[in-house]
Design a protein around this ligand. Structure first.
Ligand code: HEM
Length: 402
C-alpha cells in the first residue's frame, strides 16, 4: 500500500510525474487537506471535469480577483460567452495570419538579434519570458517602449498567482502591481474610447454588450488576464519545446530538417511537460468522479500534468516522441484536442492558435539563428512550479553569428 502523495511536498516539486502515477493507480480521487480540494489525475476524469457543464469556475474569485479583478475565467453562461467573443476573433483566422503574424515574427527576431552574436543565451530569461509579453503589448496597441515595464508587471502577477507558500513579499508585489497596472491602463482606456484605433484594446473599449460598453475596470481586468494567461503559458511552452528537443537529438534533427514538425513537437510537449499542471473546477451539484463522490461546491483540482502521462490513454506515456500516433496534430488545436493542456469546454484556451503561431515562429527562428545550440556544459535544466510548471533557466551556447 503506497502512501498518498502531497502536491505541496518538496518531493512532488522535484518530480510530480512519479506522484501522478501513484495517484492515477491508487488514489484516482484524492482529498487533499491542505488545499481543501479533491485531486483527479486520470485522463478520463480530467476530461470529464472540463467538459461536463456541472463543473463551474465559480471558485476562482478568491485567487484571481485580488490581482486581476473580474475576468472571463470567473464567469459562466452568457456573461462569459459575449465577453470571450470580443477577443476570440483576433486570436485566429485572418486577423491572426495577416495582422498579428508579422508582429509575432518581428518580436521573435528582435529578441534573438539581442544575443545571436554573443554565443550564449538563457532562452528563458532572454527569450521565452519576454516574447509573448511583447506580443500582447503590441496586440493591445500599447507603447513598445514599455516592454520592460510590462515584463516586470507580468513577473509580479505570475509570482502572486503561483505564491503557494504565501510569501508576504511576493503577495505585496502582486497587489502593488495591480495598482500600478490600473494607474497606467485606466487613462489609456479612456483615451482609446475617444480615439479608437485598429488594435485589440480599441475593440474592447468600443464594444457594446446589450447596448452597454464594458466598464474601464472590466477592460483593465481583461488586459491583465491576457498578459498573465497569454504570457506565462507560452513562455513556459517555448522553453520546454526547446529543452525537450535538445534532449532528444534525433527528434531535433528531424525538426531542423522539416519545420512543419514544430507543430508536433509543440503538441507532444503540451502532453509531456504542459505549462499548466492544475486547473480548478467546482461541481454545482454532488457528483461521482474518479470512483468516489465530491459534494456540491467543493473544489476539484484537475491534474493536467497527470492526465498527459496516463497509460490508460497514451502508449509509453513517459517517453517524449513527436511521432507518436496517439496524438494527432490535426485535432490538437480544436476543442476536440488529443491532450488537455488547453483545457476543454467553455473555458478552452481562447489563445490556443495564437500560442501555436508564437511557438512556431519562436522555435523556427531559434533553430535558424542558432544552428548548433546546445545546453551549456555543466548545467542541468530544472522544472519548477506546482500549478504552472516550467524551466527556471535554459542556458545554451552556440557559434555566434558574425
Ligand atoms: C484559458 C492554457 C496560451 C489566453 C486557458 C486554459 C488553459 C490554458 C488550461 C483554461 C483555464 C481554465 O479553464 O481554468 C494555455 C496554454 C497556452 C496558452 C498551455 C500556451 C501554450 C494563451 C495565449 C493567450 C491565452 C497566447 C492569449 C493571449 C487565455 C484566456 C483564457 C485561457 C483569455 C480564458 C478563456 C475563458 O475563460 O474562456 N489557457 N494557454 N492563452 N487562455 Fe490560454
Amino acid at each position: 500500500n503506497r502512501e498518498a502523495p502531497d502536491i505541496l511536498s518538496p518531493e512532488f516539486m522535484a518530480d510530480p510525474y512519479a506522484a501522478y502515477r501513484v495517484m492515477r493507480d491508487d488514489f484516482p480521487l484524492l482529498h487533499h487537506e491542505p488545499t481543501q480540494s479533491y485531486l483527479v489525475s486520470r485522463y478520463e476524469d480530467v476530461e470529464r471535469a472540463f467538459k461536463d457543464p456541472a463543473f463551474t469556475t465559480d471558485n476562482y474569485d478568491w485567487q484571481l480577483e485580488p490581482v486581476h479583478g473580474r475576468t472571463i475565467l470567473q464567469m459562466s453562461g452568457r456573461e462569459h460567452s459575449v465577453r470571450r467573443a470580443l477577443v476570440a476573433p483576433a486570436f485566429r483566422g485572418v486577423p491572426l495570419q495577416e495582422t498579428f503574424q508579422p508582429v509575432i515574427d518581428r518580436n521573435a527576431r528582435e529578441l534573438i538579434d539581442g544575443f545571436r552574436d554573443v554565443g550564449r543565451a538563457d532562452l528563458v530569461a532572454d527569450f521565452a519570458t519576454r516574447f509573448p509579453v511583447n506580443v500582447i503589448v503590441d496586440m493591445l496597441g500599447l507603447d513598445r517602449g514599455d516592454y520592460d515595464r510590462f515584463h516586470r508587471w507580468y513577473t509580479a502577477i505570475i509570482g502572486f498567482l503561483g505564491n503557494l507558500s504565501q510569501d508576504p513579499e511576493v503577495a505585496a508585489a502582486g497587489l502593488r502591481t495591480q495598482q500600478e497596472f490600473a494607474a497606467y491602463m485606466l487613462p489609456i482606456i479612456q483615451e482609446r474610447r475617444a480615439n479608437p484605433g485598429d488594435d485589440l484594446l480599441s475593440t474592447l473599449c468600443t464594444a457594446e454588450i446589450d447596448g452597454t460598453a464594458m466598464s474601464d475596470e472590466d477592460i483593465k481586468a481583461f488586459c491583465s488576464l491576457l498578459l498573465a494567461a497569454g504570457g506565462e503559458t507560452t513562455d513556459k511552452a517555448i522553453s520546454s519545446v526547446m529543452h525537450n528537443l535538445l534532449r532528444h537529438p534525433e527528434q531535433l534533427a528531424a525538426v531542423r530538417a522539416d519545420r512543419s514538425l514544430i507543430e508536433r513537437a509543440f503538441a507532444e510537449t503540451l502532453r509531456y511537460t504542459p505549462p499548466v499542471h492544475m486547473i480548478m473546477r467546482q461541481p454545482a451539484e454532488d457528483v461521482e468522479i474518479g470512483g468516489g463522490k465530491v459534494p456540491a461546491g467543493a473544489t476539484v483540482t484537475c491534474l493536467i500534468g497527470a492526465a498527459g502521462r496516463d497509460e490508460r490513454r497514451y502508449a509509453n506515456p513517459d517517453t517524449f516522441d513527436i511521432f507518436r500516433d496517439d496524438l494527432k496534430t490535426t485535432t490538437a488545436f480544436s476543442a476536440a484536442a488529443d491532450h488537455l493542456a488547453f483545457a476543454l469546454g467553455r473555458h478552452f484556451c481562447v489563445g490556443a492558435l495564437l500560442a501555436k503561431a508564437e511557438v512556431e515562429a519562436g522555435i523556427g527562428q531559434l533553430l535558424d539563428a542558432l544552428p548548433d545550440a546546445a545546453i551549456e556544459a555543466g548545467h542541468t535544466p530544472r522544472e519548477q512550479g506546482v500549478f504552472t510548471r516550467g524551466l527556471d533557466a535554459l542556458p545554451v551556447t552556440f557559434t555566434p553569428v558574425a
